[in-house]
Design a protein around this ligand. Structure first.
Ligand code: A3P
Length: 287
């Protein structure tokens, strides 16, 4: 079988070549957004799949039919992946929901005059790096992560696939756009009901209280863990090996405490302090 962990380098950032090609990445930068589009943006492992589910539920007024019958990659495809255009063309789902992990400095120009609604989800980097580490173990289109200390070092250096977490978060949080909503994984985790109301209001898709409760119910970790349309168990085992872990792994805030040593914590804190000093975003590190 051909190797899946082939690397594509684009504008100095590594991407999994199994899913991203020079052509698909190039096309993403020139993508013509429609004003009715909803774009979900995140660094990997920040709650992307969760937001895909929440947006699907909100736009379907709490009805779980679409989220339980259409895989997330077919209802909110990744802009930079080679199948995106074909999926959008074949889909009758409106409004179009598109997902991306691209950094602002690459995608910003395509969004310049667009009225598409953009939701940027971020998560505290300690939980991101732990989640990403476990994901590398099960995702055969990503390189073997090696040891956690090595992986943490690469994460802090910004040399992992999808580039630097710091550049990603700073790029999107300092972007000046009226149609951009910032939300954190931790906010969703601590008050999903309130987060859904904020997102639905941003999407101009007001929901009655009962419908918000439906979204909370179907967008909960336990519900999504069992939903084949989002837990990635439909993906072939040679691409994602569920014997090595679950995509819906912990779903908590502060799991990093089970992984980090004191020294690793100080290492991340010092890099965070120096790189994020001009960023106003405040993260919640534990519940
Ligand atoms: P963990 O590995 O910490 O459990 P992404 O979709 O960006 O790849 O992010 C995946 C992370 O989001 C995983 O984190 C996954 O468990 C978590 N997640 C997905 N759905 C969730 C939900 N409904 N509630 C809480 N966390 C969720």
């Amino acid at each position: 079988m051909a190797r899946l962990d082939v690397i594509e380098t684009f504008h100095g950032i590594l991407f999994p070549g199994h899913l991203h090609t020079q052509d698909s990445l190039q096309l993403a930068l020139k993508f013509e957004f429609q004003d009715t589009d909803i774009l979900i943006v995140s660094y990997p492992k920040s709650g992307t799949t969760w937001m895909q589910e929440i947006v699907t539920l909100i736009t379907n007024r709490g009805d779980p039919h679409v989220s339980q019958t259409v895989p997330n990659w077919a209802r909110a495809p990744w802009l930079e992946q080679h199948y995106c255009a074909a999926v959008l063309e074949a889909s009758s789902i409106k409004p179009r929901v598109i997902t991306t992990h691209l950094p602002y400095h690459l995608l910003g120009p395509a969004l310049q005059d667009s009225k598409a609604k953009i939701i940027y989800v971020s998560r505290n980097p300690k939980d991101v790096v732990v989640s990403f580490y476990h994901f590398h173990k099960m995702a055969n289109f990503l390189p073997d992560p090696g040891s956690f200390p090595e992986f943490l070092h690469q994460f802090l250096e910004g040399t992992l696939h999808f580039g630097s977490w710091f550049d990603h978060v700073k790029g999107w949080t300092t972007a000046t756009m009226n149609n951009l909503l910032h939300i954190t994984y931790e906010e969703m985790s601590m008050d999903l009901h309130g987060a859904i109301k904020r997102i639905s209001s941003f999407l101009q898709c007001p929901l009655e209280e009962g419908k918000v409760n439906d979204c909370v119910k179907h967008g909960s970790f336990n519900s999504m863990k069992d939903n084949k349309m989002v837990n990635y168990t439909l993906i072939a085992e040679e691409i994602m090996d569920h014997s090595k872990g679950s995509f819906m792994r912990q779903g908590t805030v502060g799991d990093w405490k089970n992984m980090f040593t004191e020294e690793q914590d100080q290492y991340l804190e010092s890099v965070f302090k120096s790189k994020m000093q001009d960023c106003t975003l405040e993260f919640v590190w534990e519940k």
